[in-house]
Design a protein around this ligand. Structure first.
Ligand SMILES: Cc1cc2nc3c(=O)[nH]c(=O)nc-3n(C[C@H](O)[C@H](O)[C@H](O)COP(=O)(O)O)c2cc1C
Length: 207
């Protein structure tokens, strides 16, 4: 009779980062930069349109963004580790998330690795954060967001918080990235915590 073998579970903390073709590749880049300084292993998948927006907005080749990740997957590689629920991850952030990718994830029709990995994250009840970027939004966009939210995804559009008085785009991006990483209990160190409104502002200027 063969002996039952006990193996220790693979507890490597991993986060999947997807960069799709919405405006805001800077968010994905910053998330990878922050996670590089943590013990978390990052798995990156960039869509074809994401490659375009990286070149257009960040003015760097996508390879430069890929260098920030521990593991890089091709978007057509639906056989990659992250396409299976058996591969343990803490969850996934799509930063930014286009309405096309969001709609694919909401429908469950996942023909790319980015969408498949997000679908797996949902079905395994792991944390899925979608930084959906589009404006204005029509009914079907809003319905897809509501569906995803009901399934447990966090819809986190990259909307700047002007109360933080960002002086640069980098500060705006950092604030939003800090809030997104909060969702994974990761302290980025630059999400300024709201100290409560100053007492002299409480009246809102009313006399
Ligand atoms: C420069 C640029 C900016 C874009 N910005 C957005 C955007 O903010 N939101 C969006 O949903 N789509 C945007 N698109 C369109 C998407 O890239 C397009 O719908 C694409 O098919 C998305 O594919 P993906 O989800 O596989 O990345 C943009 C395209 C380009 C070239």
């Amino acid at each position: 009779m063969s002996e039952a073998r006990m193996t220790l579970p693979d507890l490597t903390p991993r986060i999947v980062v997807g960069i799709s073709g919405a405006s805001g590749a800077a968010y994905g880049r910053r998330i990878l930069e922050v996670l590089r300084d943590t013990p978390i292993e990052t798995h990156l998948v960039i869509s074809k349109a994401g490659r375009l927006t990286i070149s257009q907005e960040l003015e760097v080749p996508p390879a430069e963004i890929e260098e920030l990740a521990d593991v890089v997957h091709a978007n057509h590689d639906v056989g990659a580790t992250i396409s299976s629920g058996s591969y343990r991850t803490l969850g996934m952030i799509v930063a930014p998330c286009s309405v096309k990718s969001m709609s694919e994830i909401a429908s469950g029709v996942t023909s790319s690795l980015l969408a498949r990995a997000a679908d797996v994250t949902l079905k395994e009840r792991r944390r899925l954060v979608l930084m959906v970027r589009e404006t204005p939004l029509h009914r079907n966009h809003l319905r897809a967001m509501a569906d995803l939210s009901e399934l447990g995804a966090v819809i986190a559009p990259p909307v700047p918080a002007l109360y933080a008085h960002p002086a640069t785009i980098e500060e705006m991006v950092d604030h939003t990235v800090g809030r997104v990483l909060d969702l994974f209990d990761i302290e980025a160190g630059f999400a300024e915590r709201w100290p409560g409104i100053r007492s002299d502002m409480r009246s809102g200027g009313e006399r």
